[in-house]
Design a protein around this ligand. Structure first.
Ligand SMILES: C[S@@+](CC[C@H](N)C(=O)[O-])C[C@H]1O[C@@H](n2cnc3c(N)ncnc32)[C@H](O)[C@@H]1O
Length: 283
């Protein structure tokens, strides 16, 4: 296995977090620890959360020394429990919170995790292996109408009804390979359909909507929230929430337009191409 994850917009994110020695940050999506490592290097303390136990294990391997000295606390949990976790670890108020959303390259690269339409594996897609329903459960047990809605809402799939009916007629669908064959040759359609399933399995949009206010609540005045999103459905939620806080006089948006990766970064890390970063300062 190569590197766990190559972070997108690493330095931009850290710039917006305004890291100073001794400040406490929350990395709500610790992943391979790219952002966490940068905060630690700059003297900050980190409460790192991830719902994937493999991410927590990877970070423990890389940053065990910081855990031993108390500068890093790692918690395997969903960020939907952000404010409770922060209180439990006496990490309130925090100087900054970062969400680097979506899937890590490690999750994509391991066939057994079932995220990639290019790799043969079980149709799983759960970031947290303890949640009950995998992608196979949705594909095999949802009625065609609900499947079609899922593909339309979360993947913007055009003929979502047609795709859902093809899947229902081919049940059981237990592997990424079988689902990819049913979808057909178009890589774009496969990408959209797999993305839609992943968003549904991990309840990604509701998790984001319910967690941003929790991050806001535990931020100190002058604290900063940074969110990196990878598709328009997430970005819309972030943009709207930031706008609401700003119009209510609670915060100042630091990124009037979302910040994207520069060409040099997208060449070195194609994954960063779809990254959009937004940041807001709490008043
Ligand atoms: C893009 S990766 C983060 C990479 C990390 N910032 C780095 O630089 O290495 C996204 C991570 O967020 C985690 N994640 C996604 N949704 C989550 C949630 N609701 N709660 C906790 N972790 C979540 C995933 O398991 C994944 O490890």
């Amino acid at each position: 296995m190569g590197i766990y994850h190559k972070s997108a917009l690493l330095h931009t994110a850290c710039h917006f977090l305004n890291i100073r020695p001794g400040m406490r940050f929350i990395d709500a999506t610790v992943g391979g620890g790219g952002h966490t490592g940068e905060i630690l290097k700059n003297g900050g303390l980190v409460l790192g959360i991830d719902q994937d136990p493999e991410a927590i294990a990877a970070c423990l391997g890389t940053y065990g020394e910081y855990v031993r000295t108390g500068r890093l606390v790692l918690v395997k949990a969903s960020f939907t429990h952000l404010s409770d976790i922060a209180r439990e670890h006496i990490w309130v108020p925090a100087s900054g919170v970062i969400f680097d959303l979506g899937v890590s390259q490690h999750q994509f690269a391991v066939p057994q995790r079932g995220f990639s339409f290019q790799l043969q594996g079980p149709l799983d897609m759960r970031m947290d292996p303890d949640v009950p329903n995998s992608a196979a459960d949705l594909v095999n047990f949802l009625p065609a109408k609900a499947l079609a809605l899922l593909f339309r809402e979360f993947g913007q799939v055009n003929n979502s009804r047609g795709l859902a009916e093809k899947i229902v007629a081919s049940r059981p669908v237990e592997t990424t390979g079988k689902l990819a064959r049913i979808i057909g040759p178009s890589p774009q359609l496969k990408r959209k359909a797999f993305q839609a399933l992943r968003i549904a399995v991990n309840d990604e949009l509701s998790a984001l909507s319910s967690s941003l206010p929790q991050a806001w609540e535990i931020l100190e005045p002058e604290g900063r929230l940074v969110v990196i999103s990878f598709h328009s459905l997430e970005d819309r939620i972030v943009k709207q929430q930031f706008k609401d806080w700003e119009t209510s006089g609670l915060g100042t948006v630091l990124t009037p337009r979302p910040v994207a990766a520069q060409e040099a970064e997208t060449l070195a890390n194609p994954y960063s191409k779809s990254a959009k970063l937004r940041s807001i300062l709490k008043i």
